[in-house]
Structure formats: C-alpha cells, structure tokens
Design a protein around this ligand. Structure first.
Ligand code: NAD
Ligand code: MG
Length: 331
C-alpha cells in the first residue's frame, strides 16, 4: 500500500518561496501559499504577459534571477521545456541550502537539471490542473498530490515537501509518497499508452472502421467519440463494474467478450516496449533532441493529426450541439 500523508507543518516554510512561472500551476501555488501565510515572490521573465495578473493579486514579482535570492524554496512551475535554461539563469543566485521544487520529475530524472549537493530536490505534483488546485483550495478542499525527494541535503526534505503540499491544500486530499523515477515513468507511460496516445488511436481506429464499413461519419463520431465521455464519467464514479452496471446487458456481454480481442496480447507487448523505451531513457533522448531542434516533427505530426475526417466531422457536430444548447430558452 502507498504511504499517504495528510499532515504537513506549514511553519517549516519560514522563508520565502520563489514561484517561477505564473501559468496553470504557478498561479495556484503562489496564491494558495500566500493564503496559507507563506511569503511568496513570483519570478517572471522580462515582458511576461502574466505580470499584470501577478500585480493585481498583490504578489511580489521580479525576474527569476532576482526572485530566487534569499528564497528558502524555488518552485519550477514553468513549461518543462524551459527548466534547464531557467535553471542556468538562476543557479548563481540560489541561496545556500535552498530547496528546488518541481511539479513533474522529467528534467531531474533524466538529468537535465542537476542541483549541487547542498540543495534539497523535492517534488510536489498536484494530480490536477492549476485552476482546480486553486478553486478547490478556495472552497476549503484540496487536490491530491504526489510528493518525492530526489536529494535530501537538509535531512528534512520530506517534511519540507509535506509542508509545501499542506500549504497548497494537497494535505486535505492526500499526499502520496513516490519517487522522481516512478512519477516520471508512470506519467509518460500513462499519457502514451492510455490517456492520450492509446485513447486517441482507439477512437480513430473505431471511427475509421465504421466509415470504411459504409456507415455515416456523423453516426460514427457520436458512437466512437462523443459517447466516450459519458462512459468515462461512469467509470470514474464507480470503476469498471459501476459502468457495466449502468449499461445494458448486451453492451456488457459485448464488452467482456470482445474487449480483450481488441486490446489483445499484441497491444500489451507494444505497451511493454513503450515502457522499456521510457525506462531506458530512449524516449527522453528522442524528445530532448526534438526540443533542441525546435520541435519540427511535432509541428508536422500536429498538422497531420488535425487534418483528418474525424476532426472535420467533429468540429461541425460540436458547433451544432453548441448552437442547439444556446437556442434552448432558459427555464
Ligand atoms: P504553464 O505553461 O501553464 O505555465 C508556464 C508559465 O511559465 C507561464 O506563466 C509562462 O508565461 C511562463 N514562462 C514560459 N517560459 C518562460 C521562461 N523562459 N521564463 C520564465 N517564465 C516562462 O505551465 P504548467 O502547465 O503550469 O506547468 C508547470 C509545471 O507543472 C510543469 O513542470 C508541469 O509538468 C507541471 N504540472 C502541470 C500540470 C497541469 O495540469 N498543467 C499538472 C501537474 C504538474
Ligand atoms: Mg500525467
């Protein structure tokens, strides 16, 4: 069983937290920390469009290199692509013994950001987007988080991570202990095999099979994409059994007898290969080389993926559904 914490001693955060970036996670951490009584300074690059929002919230703001001076904790809440560059910008100004905090393990795990031995390196990664982290905190709830320690220079790094997690509200929902390796590798695997890669290809394969079989694309779209949300909502609420309880016996029989024929041993073999590429660092090397080259392949693949019948049909049908909702008079 995983170790799940609910408590953190916020008083350990006696110094300043430098929050680098004011995007999805950055704004949520900065505001929740401030509301928990922690001193915060936001670090933004020159000309950042977020500056007005930070000032409006009444938070101190400086450049990343300035914000990290005298900070007890430096939170890297920037896009993962820019962490190595921003780390180089701030490294000379880090206070001795300050902790580096990440919300995702990729850069530390694959050695793109390596802190000197005197610094704690910790992770507090909320399991939800930033606006939910902020909204639930304001409502008195919290978003669960995973926490980890990569480097324990102070001997107190875990307690520091727990304190930070408690201050952003994660303690209310639960803070699960993990490692940078486990968080990074499971996150990459999940998004590749199931959440993004697996699901989008399953939808596309189902849609194209029906259309090639002579069925109307609009009907195929509703069947293979639109209804997926309704099914996933049931799974999210009650697990696989809960969903099966709600659908017809016909659907359940088809699910249980046909599902394993679609996601068969070949798919599982491919999943193992993906996991090995993640564990060996092969995927990371490929993605880092792509980032270094300015992401030309990603741009091309994104273009191709947007230019297909499923996407064209979906765009039209979603516009239609929005119009129909808008035309329903208010009760
Ligand atoms: P984001 O893209 O929403 O925000 C990034 C912020 O950094 C923006 O304010 C942007 O203006 C600023 N920025 C961009 N380049 C910069 C630079 N060179 N110098 C200074 N500032 C710069 O990022 P995010 O989605 O909040 O992700 C931050 C971290 O949190 C990442 O490590 C990510 O993996 C992790 N994370 C994100 C989520 C999520 O749901 N978004 C969930 C868990 C963890
Ligand atoms: Mg993830």
């Amino acid at each position: 069983m995983a170790t799940i914490h609910h408590e953190g001693n916020v008083e350990l955060l006696s110094g300043k937290v430098a929050v680098l970036g004011y995007g999805s996670q950055g704004h949520a951490h900065a505001l929740n920390l401030r509301d928990s009584g922690v001193e915060v300074e936001v670090g933004l690059r020159e000309g950042s469009p977020s500056r007005a929002a930070v000032e409006e919230a009444g938070l101190a703001v400086g450049t990343p290199a300035d914000a990290v001076r005298d900070a007890q904790i430096v939170s890297f809440l920037l896009p993962d692509q820019v962490h190595p560059r921003v780390y180089e910008e701030v490294a000379a100004n880090l206070a001795p013994g300050s902790a580096l905090l990440f919300a995702h393990g990729f850069n530390v795990h694959y050695g793109r950001v390596t802190a000197p031995a005197g610094h704690d390196v910790i992770m507090v990664a909320p399991k939800g987007p930033g606006h939910i982290v902020r909204r639930l905190f304001e409502e008195g709830f919290g978003t669960p988080a995973v926490i980890a320690v990569e480097q324990d220079a102070s001997g107190n790094a875990l307690n520091l991570a727990l304190a930070y997690g408690a201050a952003i509200g994660a303690g209310r929902a639960g803070m699960i202990e993990t490692t940078f390796a486990e968080e990074t590798e499971t996150d990459l695997f999940g998004e590749q095999a199931v959440l993004c890669g697996g699901v989008t290809e399953l939808i596309r394969a189902g849609f194209e099979t029906l259309v090639e079989g002579g069925y109307q694309p609009e009907v195929a779209y509703y069947e293979c994409l639109h209804e997926l949300k309704l099914i996933v909502d049931l799974i999210w609420e009650g697990g696989l059994s809960g969903m099966r309880h709600s659908v017809s016996d016909t659907a359940e029989f088809g699910d249980l007898t046909r599902g394993p024929r679609v996601i068969d041993y070949l798919v599982r073999e491919q999943m193992k290969v993906l996991l090995e590429e993640i564990q060996s660092g092969g995927f990371a090397r490929e993605w880092i080389a792509e980032m270094d080259a300015g992401e030309p392949r990603l741009a091309e693949l994104r273009q191709q993926a947007g230019d297909q019948e499923l996407e064209r049909v979906g765009k039209e049908l979603r516009a239609l559904m929005r119009r129909e909702r808008a035309e329903v008079p208010a009760a």
